[in-house]
Design a protein around this ligand. Structure first.
Ligand SMILES: C[S@@+](CC[C@H](N)C(=O)[O-])C[C@H]1O[C@@H](n2cnc3c(N)ncnc32)[C@H](O)[C@@H]1O
Length: 373
């Protein structure tokens, strides 16, 4: 990642190829021939370790480009595999945690992404005869690491941080350690087949993590970009982003989605506002308190921290150079019909929202990049 300066990235959200999951054998073997040899020799532990050494070299680069106090989120699943009649677990998540600990990162509580399947053939082993049946893996991990101490904000950065807030009810869901609701998440950027073929995660996954662990205008990196889901989520969230992808064939898929991200993101914003409105109605019906008012939308919120929260709709997303995309945002927040804005806080219509610090190179809006390895 030589194009990326040291200590320039605020957040990494990524999902690497999963060691010892067969769909990634070739990708790993192409990068290191000894991996293919270990697999051909049926040496599972050796192949596992060599695959992780490939990932380690990327994690070391990630460490170089990250700013102090930044966060890394790694979505990873463990693997089970039978080699020479020996069924075994290959614990990818613990191997990655070990590496980040050695690099000096602080380990934060993990999120389990529950991927329940009802398929009757999901169970493996000796069926109803003990003791040779195997537990099915029905979750993946989102590992979270911090580089150094807690991030501090200067006084001049605080307004941007306040505007980057999320709703109280979102916090209660997002910061739970088990995510069970991703499967039913309505808005999918890519269809299911495309996502399965490329190992993409659902849009909502990086979208949440970006809101949880960065502020507007930050730079988000995905060193294993795949279909670019992290970059699209960053566009939606008014963050800059950089993605690296080794498979050139995915370039077209990524480019084909740039045209759709404006409507897709704005619909997502509308849905978030709508869900908050429903939450408010339920809370009022339950006679529970709603003590504060959001200054931009005029609707009630639970905490003082949500008073400045605001969404900016996307105006356009276009390719400005090879693999470089630029997004422009409206200053006018989106309102639902029932919101009653306070006139004093209404911003002039049509004014372009300038990105908050750090400012992007262009005055027009946030720059979104996809670079190739
Ligand atoms: C699990 S997929 C990532 C999917 C992505 N999160 C998405 O939503 O589309 C892992 C990706 O890493 C890519 N990859 C593997 N090794 C790489 C490397 N050394 N550098 C960059 N990309 C790599 C693979 O081609 C694959 O597209």
């Amino acid at each position: 990642m030589s194009e990326v300066s040291s200590k320039s990235v605020d957040l990494v959200v990524t999902s690497p190829p999963y060691p010892m999951i067969e769909m990634w054998d070739e990708v790993f073997s192409l990068q290191d021939k000894t991996i293919g040899k270990a697999l051909n020799a049926n040496d599972g532990p050796a192949a596992f370790e060599l695959m992780h050494r490939q990932l380690d070299s990327v994690w070391a680069e990630v460490d170089r480009v990250l700013k102090p106090s930044s966060i890394v989120c790694v979505n990873i699943g463990d693997a089970t595999r039978t080699i020479r009649d020996n069924f075994a677990l290959y614990s990818n998540h613990s191997r990655i945690i070990s590496f980040f600990l050695k690099q000096g990162f602080t380990v934060m509580p993990v999120i389990l992404w529950r991927k329940q399947t009802n398929a009757p053939n999901k169970f493996m082993g000796s069926g109803m005869y003990p003791p040779g049946a195997y537990v099915t893996l029905e979750h993946e991990y989102i590992l979270i690491f911090r580089k150094g101490g807690k991030r501090e904000f200067k006084a001049s950065e605080k307004p941007n941080r306040r505007e980057s807030a999320y709703f109280w009810e979102e916090r209660n869901n997002w910061f739970s350690d088990v995510w069970m609701d991703l499967k039913g998440a309505t808005q999918k950027l890519f269809d299911k087949n495309t996502r399965n073929r490329s190992g993409a995660f659902p849009f909502i996954l990086p979208f949440r993590l970006i809101h949880m662990f960065s502020v507007r205008g930050d730079t988000v990196l995905d060193p294993f970009a795949g279909l670019g889901t992290t970059t699209f989520a960053a566009m939606s969230a008014q963050r800059n982003s950089i993605g690296y992808e080794i498979d050139e064939n995915l370039r077209e898929s990524i480019q084909s989605k740039v045209d759709t991200i404006v409507d897709f993101s704005n619909e997502h914003i509308r849905a978030r506002l709508e869900r908050h409105r429903e939450f408010v109605e339920e809370r009022i019906a339950a006679e529970k308190p709603l003590k504060h008012t959001n200054l931009h939308y005029g609707f009630p919120v639970i905490t003082k921290q949500e008073k400045d929260l605001v969404f900016h709709p996307l105006l356009s997303a276009e390719q400005v150079r090879d693999d470089t995309f630029e997004v422009r945002y409206g200053a006018e927040e989106q309102r639902t019909e029932t919101d009653t804005p306070e006139p004093a806080t209404k911003k002039p219509a049509g004014k372009k929202k300038k990105p908050s610090p750090p400012k992007p190179d262009s005055e027009k809006g946030h720059k979104q990049m996809t670079l190739l390895d």
